[in-house]
Design a protein around this ligand. Structure first.
Ligand SMILES: [Zn+2]
Length: 206
């Protein structure tokens, strides 16, 4: 099964947990824009300064790094894109780069969660005490095996703002992939198990 996937989901949707589960189950490679930026910052002082100031790296550099990953990862194994694309321009460019590497997008998993549920989940948020991965309905971090701690630093207004920013950025992408018949909508207001099952079921038919 070769699956090249994009994951979209608001904060609190458990997107990271689901990506991790899928990666393990199907030995998929994860191409994360966050990891790309962190690796660049490790190697290069200029990027390190940019990252510390919270500046974004240019699309050109990001796509260069993604192309390198597409060249080195085995083609028969699928990829999951995490934190990327962020807008329709990047989505169009990603389609182009994938086809240059003889790959195509299998589907875009969108884990939906309404604002009230996001607020509810994030105001008492459990994260992994070791790596910071958000944890829901689980006592063991799927990434590193660490235990959850409760973080109460998110106030309601901040959470609502983050949700609005997420929707502003993401809804145009959702529409873009809907029109291409690539969108897989998943009800995120379920347990981790149920969300995982829905994703597996949808991907079996994708
Ligand atoms: Zn962890």
């Amino acid at each position: 099964m070769t699956k090249n996937l994009i994951f979209l989901g608001p904060p609190g949707s458990g997107k990271g947990t689901q990506i991790e589960r899928l990666r393990e189950k199907h030995q998929l490679a994860v191409v994360s824009s966050g990891d790309i930026v962190r690796n660049l910052a490790k190697e290069n002082q200029d990027y390190r300064e940019k990252m510390e100031k919270g500046e974004l790296i240019s699309d050109e550099i990001l796509f260069h790094e993604i192309s390198k990953r597409l060249e080195t990862e085995r083609t028969e194994t699928g990829l999951i894109f995490d934190g990327f694309p962020r807008n329709v321009a990047q989505a169009t460019k990603l389609d182009q780069i994938l086809s240059e590497h003889n790959r195509s997008l299998s589907g875009v998993v969108y884990i939906e969660l309404d604002e009230e549920e996001v607020v509810k989940r994030l105001s008492i948020r459990k994260v992994c005490g070791q790596c910071g991965q958000p944890l829901f309905d689980t006592e063991i971090c799927p990434k590193c095996g660490g235990s959850p701690i409760i973080r109460r630093d998110d106030n309601e207004e901040t959470i609502r703002n983050r949700m609005r920013v997420f929707l502003d950025k993401t809804l145009p992408l959702v529409k873009y992939y809907q029109e291409k018949n690539k969108l897989i909508e998943i009800d995120g207001k379920q347990t981790i198990e149920a969300v995982g099952n829905d994703i597996s079921e949808a991907l079996a038919n994708a």
